[in-house]
Design a binder for this molecule. Structure first.
Ligand code: GAR
Length: 226
């Protein structure tokens, strides 16, 4: 999987919906801040708004509709074939709302990342923001992590902390967290493209050639990753 130095990292982005995180990646590439080539955007839903964002940016799009397959294994096999046709070195899940089979996850081990709107391992899964509010938390956040068989559960690379404010509802909280997601994902993808972050054979993260004991933090005030 070695690539010549200075060549942009080929990636494929998987989405299911709005695609605002996809847009943040597209914008970072367009701004010259992210040395990647988005080879394709693949959605499991034909109506995903993110497909239009990709098309507007001149990126190839594909729909692999999960409703057209008899089971998860068949869907994941079709998805894998489609992804691999583009020969990516990183698969980026950006609001891709499907549980993945172990075979699929192991095929992309160390080469697939996800973003989730909570401070994992807390609040994996759906309806994250409402559950944070119901638990009366004063703080939440977002996490970018390597994908493992556990849904929203792989080793965390980068987190951002976001306050829960009085009067917040799930929408206002989601919007505040999403702003941070849009800053975080390009940062981690750049680290990966630059070879600064990897998953080692034991399933631990290495960052700048040293074990990463805890996720790095993106300082939401200062605007720079520490
Ligand atoms: C984002 O908040 C992302 O973190 C979340 O879905 C949203 C997608 O928004 N992903 C998950 O909850 C994964 N478990 P987007 O389509 O506008 O990027």
């Amino acid at each position: 999987m070695a690539t010549a130095v200075n060549k942009p990292l080929p990636i494929v982005v998987l989405i299911s919906g709005r695609g605002s995180n996809l847009q943040s990646i597209i914008d970072a590439v367009a701004a010259g801040e992210l040395p990647v080539e988005i080879r394709a955007v693949i959605s499991n839903r034909p109506d995903a708004r993110g497909l239009q964002r990709a098309a507007q940016a001149g990126i190839a799009t594909q729909v692999i509709d999960h409703n057209s397959y008899p089971d998860r294994a068949a869907f994941d096999a079709a998805l894998q074939t489609t992804i691999d046709d583009y020969r990516p070195r990183l698969v980026v899940l950006a609001g891709f709302m499907r549980i993945l089979t172990p075979a699929f996850v192991s095929h992309y081990r160390g080469q697939m990342i996800n973003i989730h709107p909570s401070l994992l391992p807390e609040f994996p899964g759906l309806n994250t923001h409402q559950r944070v509010l119901d638990a009366c938390r004063k703080e939440t956040g977002a996490t970018v992590h390597f994908v493992t068989e556990e849904t929203d559960g792989g080793p965390a690379i980068l987190q951002t902390h976001v306050p829960v404010l009085p009067g917040d509802d799930a929408d206002s909280l989601a919007a505040r967290v999403l702003e941070q997601e849009h800053r975080m994902y390009p940062v981690v993808i750049r680290w990966y493209a630059e070879g600064r972050v990897q998953l080692d054979p034991e399933g631990r993260i290495r960052f700048d050639n040293a074990p990463l004991e805890r996720p790095r933090l993106l300082d939401s005030e200062a605007g720079a990753p520490c």
